[in-house]
Design a protein around this ligand. Structure first.
Ligand SMILES: Nc1nc2c(c(=O)[nH]1)N[C@H]1C(S)=C(S)[C@@H](COP(=O)(O)OP(=O)(O)OC[C@H]3O[C@@H](n4cnc5c(=O)[nH]c(N)nc54)[C@H](O)[C@@H]3O)O[C@H]1N2
Ligand SMILES: Nc1nc2c(c(=O)[nH]1)N[C@H]1C(S)=C(S)[C@@H](COP(=O)(O)OP(=O)(O)OC[C@H]3O[C@@H](n4cnc5c(=O)[nH]c(N)nc54)[C@H](O)[C@@H]3O)O[C@H]1N2
Ligand code: SF4
Ligand SMILES: [Mo]
Length: 745
């Protein structure tokens, strides 16, 4: 803790990634001047990374927007007061709200890491009255959400790998040594993996690339992109034929075991191995190791989601864990019990309705999931004429111009809007098209608890870090911005944020009282003088699984108690939750959901396809966070954005390290520097996403100086989609690579 001396030091849960590390933040006036890991944090235990430790530079970036911006007649922006900005929105937004559905909303990744959007975005969505809601979820997790929804009933209450107790950990399509993990909140993955191996456990990574994570594994399966479902069927088939199923440990609530095992018969290791690009013996080794371990769990992430057979792959990951008797057991796949409650703790109305395909998009008739439309619909809903066309847009903490596929179409669409409001801290590739930009306040003015990510915590720990500073006069909290926009959208601009917040709280109080089994009055009194997100958080914690039920359980959890325990309160390792955790219509787990198995013929047919193209896949970078940290934390080496290629592929094309190359897909060409790297599999090249910081009107000079290449300019949003969820196929994009000129860098 030597880095932090003098000044004000406070606790802060890092909002940048799903690890949610506990940090100590030192303030000098309103400036963050030091950040260090909180060694005493009960979940993260002193873990942090360069991004979290860079929070001071991120918050202090001189290019951040600090006051509202209004578009000028000449196409630039001018600073404005909050009153001016809201007056302009009030003048223009209502027209599009009145034309039902014509104002869309896009909310990005950082919004999931703040209480403001968690609690108040719903108000804005209902005030705008649109079904045209988008977020990165549809390009990130939907195949996993859908598989879990169909198996367990909840898209958010995912099963989690009990990493700290497992004997065999199989990871597919994730590189947690760089990403710090996703749909699993387990800060300090490096340490956890080391401990796993030290206690005799086995760690296996399935990834086309020998990543940093694969480097520390006992076994690396260098699979061909998009073939995880085939690989898993091969593993399951070996388990079935070698009699390795652990029926005795399969929970009673599981149906369809025999049918499932029969299904695998056509996909023996020798049948799938060629398509997967690996040796059949490797598939058998994994099958025997996984099934033979005292406990084992498979965890799949974005590499398995953003691909052609994403839902199948994510379904089979669960099937593997289940048939080997590892569901809901220590060391297997378990469910969290999130302190603020949520989808996997609240009672459901029976029969619960599947949050999928309840409505469809206007242009292409693609199904919604969890209340949102697929991101691949975003551009066409704006660009295709006709009734219901999207004409206005509100973005919150998102950069669709770099995170959605087919960036050229996205930017054409952004340019074709009649009105656009962005809540964001940069003028970037997306917000440069806005008419009004509203900046979020400094991070340290927010209190924080991870309501959503606690669903992914591998240990039940409750933590809260309070605001360290009050808002300055010229700052607005994001929940206040959201409610002001909601008031305008509803046609009641005269209503105050406080009045609307009280209305929200009345409903939340009623709900919390019902959950806690007490009178609404008692809950209202108990939440006291708190307002905004902290009142709603207190209601959720007190009515949650460890809550004080507004006094009925006097030692139970309250926000006040967490305020006194800034390192958190530990409720211990995950505990078995079957069958009460299930939210399926019949309260059981059907191993063979017809919606998913209907996609098997497509998978089968894929095995006959010739393998001739180079396939482009994505990689993440330690100091980046999708598209938005490149200005505040410039990468030391612009070459980080390079196209990586295996030496054999480079030699065949006469390419050498440092060449400038053209990467061409069916939609576009981008230029990149070539890095020849033996970590790549033959036939596979990789680039990071979120780059391409170029074009007019940006206010991010340091990222413009090293603009990099835009991966998503290469990705198709029209024909090639994951069949069930319409997710784009970011991983496995067929490309050709040629030298640009004799130029070498
Ligand atoms: N430093 C950093 N951390 C981040 C982010 C960041 O941008 N930078 N982003 C955050 C976000 S929003 C998310 S969602 C998470 C994602 O976290 P992860 O899911 O861990 O994502 P990646 O690090 O991209 O790892 C995906 C891996 O899948 C592999 N892969 C590609 N195609 C296939 C395939 O077909 N099959 C298999 N088995 N593997 C494949 C890739 O080679 C890559 O190693 O990371 C978060 N953390
Ligand atoms: N090819 C390819 N594309 C991908 C991915 C991939 O692996 N490959 N990954 C996908 C994934 S997993 C994700 S999650 C998406 C990310 O997609 P997005 O969320 O659309 O993109 P980000 O780059 O995370 O942009 C975050 C935005 O939020 C702003 N911001 C940061 N902090 C705050 C805040 O506190 N308040 C507000 N209001 N704004 C803030 C930033 O300035 C930035 O504009 O990208 C997806 N796109
Ligand atoms: S690992 Fe994630 S949560 Fe932890 S410090 Fe880094 S960015 Fe923040
Ligand atoms: Mo993500």
């Amino acid at each position: 803790m030597s880095a932090l001396t003098g000044n004000t030091v406070g606790h802060r849960i890092c909002p940048l990634c799903e690890s949610t590390c506990g940090l100590l933040v030192e303030l000098e006036g309103r400036r963050v001047v030091g950040v260090s890991p909180n060694e005493d944090d009960l979940l993260s235990g002193g873990h942090s990374c360069a991004k979290g430790l860079g929070l001071g530079r991120i918050e202090g970036d001189p290019d951040r927007i600090r006051s509202p911006l209004l578009r000028t007649d000449t196409g630039g922006f001018r600073e404005a007061t909050w009153d001016e900005a809201f007056a302009e929105i009030n003048r223009r937004l209502p027209e599009f709200v009145a034309d039902a559905g014509s104002c869309a909303i896009y909310h990005g990744n950082p919004a999931a890491h703040h209480l403001d959007a968690t609690f108040y975005l719903g108000e804005l969505i209902s005030a705008v009255g649109t079904r045209n809601i988008y977020s990165p979820a549809s390009v990130d997790t939907w195949p996993k959400n859908l598989a879990h929804m169909l198996l367990y009933g909840g898209g958010l209450g995912l099963s989690l790998p009990d990493i700290d107790r497992t004997d065999y950990f199989l990871v597919l399509g994730s590189n947690p040594m760089v990403s710090n993990g996703s749909t699993v909140t387990a800060p300090g993955m490096e340490q956890r993996l080391r401990v796993l191996r030290e206690r005799g456990g086995t760690f296996v990574v399935v990834d086309p690339v020998r990543t940093r994570t694969a480097e520390v594994a006992d076994l690396h399966v260098p699979i061909r992109p998009g073939t995880d479902a085939l690989f898993l069927l091969g593993v399951l088939s070996a388990i079935a034929t070698e009699g390795l199923t652990r029926r005795d440990r399969v929970p009673e609530v599981v149906d369809g075991l025999d049918e499932m095992l029969t299904l695998t018969a056509d996909y023996g290791p020798d049948v799938v191995a060629t398509a997967c690009g690996i040796d059949a013996e490797l598939i058998r080794t994994v099958a025997r190791g996984f099934a033979g371990a005292p406990s084992a769990v498979a965890h799949s992430r974005i590499g398995t989601c953003m691909q052609e057979f994403g839902t199948l792959a994510n379904w089979l990951v669960e099937v593997l864990t289940i048939v080997t008797g590892n569901l809901d057991r220590p060391g297997g796949a378990m469910f969290s019990l999130p302190p603020a409650g949520g989808q996997n703790t609240w009672p459901v109305s029976r029969p619960p309705k599947l949050m999928f395909d309840r409505w469809r998009s206007r242009v292409r008739d693609l199904p919604e999931a969890m209340g949102e439309l697929p991101g691949v619909c975003f551009a066409e809903e704006i660009l295709t004429p006709g009734p219901g066309r999207t004409r206005a847009l509100i973005t919150l903490a998102g950069n669709p111009a770099r995170s959605l596929p087919n960036s050229a179409a996205i930017e054409r669409a952004l340019g074709a809007l009649d009105f656009m409001v962005s809540i964001d801290c940069y003028v970037n590739e997306t917000t440069r098209y806005a008419d009004v930009i509203l900046p979020p306040p400094p991070l340290v003015t927010r209190g924080h608890h991870d309501v959503t990510l606690a669903h992914f915590q591998i240990r039940n720990v409750a933590r809260y870090t309070p605001p360290l500073l009050d808002l300055a006069d010229d700052e607005r909290a994001e929940w206040q911005i959201l409610l002001r926009l909601a008031a305008i959208a509803k046609g009641t601009p005269e209503r105050t944020v406080e009045e609307i917040d009280d209305d929200v709280a009345v409903i939340a109080t009623r709900r919390a009282a019902k959950l806690a089994g007490c009178e609404p009055d008692a809950a209202a009194i108990a939440s006291g003088s708190r307002r905004g997100p902290l009142r709603l958080l207190d209601l959720r914690l007190r009515s949650g699984p460890y809550g004080d039920r507004f006094g009925l359980e006097p030692t139970g959890l309250t926000l006040e108690l967490l305020e006194q325990k800034p390192d958190g309160i530990d409720y211990g390792p995950l505990t078995p939750r079957l069958p009460e955790v299930l939210r399926t219509p019949d309260g059981r787990v059907n191993l063979v959901p017809p919606m998913i198995t209907a996609d098997l013929p497509r998978l089968r047919a894929s095995m006959a396809r010739p393998v001739d193209n180079l396939l482009l896949i994505n990689r993440r970078q330690r100091r980046g966070m999708n598209s938005w940290l490149h200005n505040a934390l410039p990468q030391p080496d612009g070459g980080q954005c390079a196209l990586m290629m295996d030496p054999h592929d480079a030699e065949m094309r006469g390419l050498v390290d440092g060449d400038r190359v053209a990467v061409t897909s069916s939609t576009n060409t981008v230029h990149a520097e070539l890095r020849v790297d033996a970590a790549m599999r033959t036939g596979v090249v990789s680039m990071p996403h979120g780059w391409g910081h170029s074009g007019p009107g940006l206010r991010t000079p340091r990222s413009e100086a090293v603009p990099g290449s835009n991966y998503n300019a290469l990705v198709d949003d029209s024909t090639e989609l994951e069949a069930l969820t319409s997710s784009p196929i970011f991983n496995g994009v067929p490309v050709s690579v040629t030298r640009l000129s004799e130029e070498r860098s």
